[in-house]
Design a protein around this ligand. Structure first.
Ligand SMILES: Nc1ncnc2c1ncn2[C@@H]1O[C@H](COP(=O)(O)OP(=O)(O)O)[C@@H](O)[C@H]1O
Ligand SMILES: [Mg+2]
Length: 501
């Protein structure tokens, strides 16, 4: 070993060298480095000769020289520990505190890099999230982005958690396969199909409600249904005399049905309405009789009994509501398409009335009611009214509603600012503590921003979301979530199969 190895190689300084030896070694190393650089410099200068001085780098392409390069050494940062809550405060939006692991697995939270679970009932009960006042959700996004797939995943996975699923109107018939696969029921309605629903069916009396209260409740529901069916066909609000006409006709029909031990049918209502003498006799001397006021009503109900919807809603129900079935959907895809939506709206009104009556039992367990393609409902005040009532009842009945739209401006299509329809639609949004936004067209971003109070970053995000990816606004919290499908879910939810060979 040489006596002084430090001078032999400046890179090696023996640990036991004296301070002087170390200083000498460092100085020699610095001298050698300067010499080497000077030798390299002319060639570097030559490389850039003639080049635009503006474009010349201020330091070589190999990077900033010297210790500032931060290369070769080890970067040491002091350890820092913090809770998820603190991280959430330090990096808002990027690292939202999360909804917890309770509930249904949805997919990946892309910002927090973790799994994302969601259960509106658990969130509501825990009271952890301020402003989470109801279990309802609204989901909107352009066609083909995976809205129905998400709803179907929620349905499938919720069943495993003991929930029941109801789809009161399925205009595309997409839910039938799923209901079958999960051991549920589907009722297909359409001309010539065997399925029939009697919207005047009286649901079983829930426990704890008195006989008299329940009779009144059933009568109220039936009147509401008759009024909204008539208003849909007549395309106008009913006159006070017409409301009286429905009232009297219903009481007559119910009394007849009780006497003969049958069920009241829409056909019977139409028949009584077409018989003014009988109505007047029942009304007695009040208001001088109805006269011909019920004529329009009689014609309106004729459409349901003899017109394009005949046979579907004016006969005893062919299916009994099975409260034990995990899933029930009403397939309206074979209704046939009339020029306007009237047939669909009438069918939806009857079908949802039938289902809502069955859902009125608070002992029915926790349930999801899914309104797929609900944008078609938005333009019809009668349907909106039903939906709003259903939303108001949701907590009392243990029901979470999920409404699927294309765009939030569908809510604005319900009427002009300040109109009844518009107020109902906007109230619907306010009654949804969870809002899930899938991709929106660029012209929709502004509307979404103002309706939901999105931040600039969120607004930018919703214009660029890909399939299955959505912005979840859960009360005040925001998440970007990629919905993940299980390989066995994929074929069940596929709506693209007709597009592939
Ligand atoms: N998260 C996802 N991962 C993979 N494929 C998906 C996902 N979500 C939806 N899809 C597929 O995309 C297609 C369109 O989805 P769908 O739910 O019908 O869209 P929407 O209801 O928004 O029109 C379906 O075939 C579905 O299988
Ligand atoms: Mg869909």
């Amino acid at each position: 070993m040489p006596r002084n190895r430090a001078t032999a190689s400046p890179l090696f300084v023996p640990r036991k060298a004296t301070r002087t030896q170390q200083r000498v070694a460092r100085a020699e190393f610095a001298k050698a480095r300067t010499k080497a650089r000077a030798a390299q410099a002319p060639s570097r200068r030559r490389e850039h000769e003639g080049a635009d001085p503006e474009l010349q780098p201020s330091y070589p392409a190999s990077g900033r020289p010297g210790p500032a390069s931060a290369r070769g050494g080890r970067l040491r940062l002091p350890k820092h520990r913090m809770t998820t809550a603190v991280a959430g405060g330090a990096y808002p939006f990027l690292a939202e505190a999360g909804l917890g692991a309770e509930g249904i697995f949805i997919g990946r939270d892309l910002h927090a890099e973790g799994s994302f679970c969601y259960d509106p009932f658990a969130l509501y009960n825990s009271g952890r999230i301020e402003g989470f006042t109801n279990p309802n959700a609204i989901l909107c996004g352009v066609i083909g982005m995976g809205k129905s797939a998400l709803a179907k995943s929620i349905a499938t996975r919720a069943i495993a958690h003991g929930y029941k699923i109801y789809v009161p109107s399925d205009p595309k018939g997409e839910w039938t396969g799923l209901a079958e696969a999960l051991g549920g029921q589907t009722i297909a309605l359409g001309p010539g199909l065997p399925g029939k629903l009697n919207p005047l069916d009286a649901p079983g009396r829930p426990t704890g409600v008195s006989e008299e209260d329940w009779t009144n409740e059933v009568r109220k529901r039936r009147l509401l249904l008759l009024a909204s069916l008539a208003a849909t066909v007549l395309k106008r609000d009913l006159l006070p005399m017409e409301h009286t006409g429905l009232d009297v006709a219903l009481d007559l029909v119910v009394a007849d049905a009780e006497a003969t031990e049958t069920v009241p049918l829409l056909g019977d209502i139409a028949h009584v309405l077409g018989n003014p003498e009988r109505l007047d006799a029942a009304l007695g001397d009040q208001a001088g009789g109805l006269g011909r006021a019920a004529d329009d009503l009689a014609h309106a109900f004729r459409r349901l009994v003899h017109g394009d919807l005949s046979g579907m809603f004016d006969a005893p129900s062919t299916v009994a509501f099975d409260p034990a079935a995990p899933m029930l959907s009403i397939d309206l895809s074979r209704l046939g398409s009339s020029g306007d939506d009237t047939a669909l709206v009438l069918a939806m009104t009857c079908a949802s009335a039938w289902m809502e009556a069955a859902l009125a039992d608070p002992a029915g367990g926790r349930r999801w009611v899914i309104y797929d393609e609900a944008w078609r409902i938005m333009r019809h005040v009668g349907l909106l009214e039903r939906m709003q009532q259903q939303f108001k009842l949701s907590r009392g009945l243990g029901i979470a509603n999920l409404v699927i739209l294309h765009r939030l401006s569908d809510l604005l299509s319900a009427g002009d600012a300040g109109s009844r329809g518009r107020v109902l639609a906007e109230g619907l949004l306010a009654d949804c503590s969870t809002r899930i936004i899938y991709r929106q067209e660029p012209d929709q971003v502004q509307v979404s921003m103002s309706l939901l109070g999105l931040t600039g970053v969120e607004a930018q995000a919703i214009g660029a979301l890909t399939r299955g990816r959505g912005l979840w606004k859960v009360a005040g919290l925001s998440f970007i979530v990629q919905h993940l499908l299980h390989p066995r879910e994929k074929p069940l939810y596929d709506t693209d199969f007709r597009m592939t060979a």
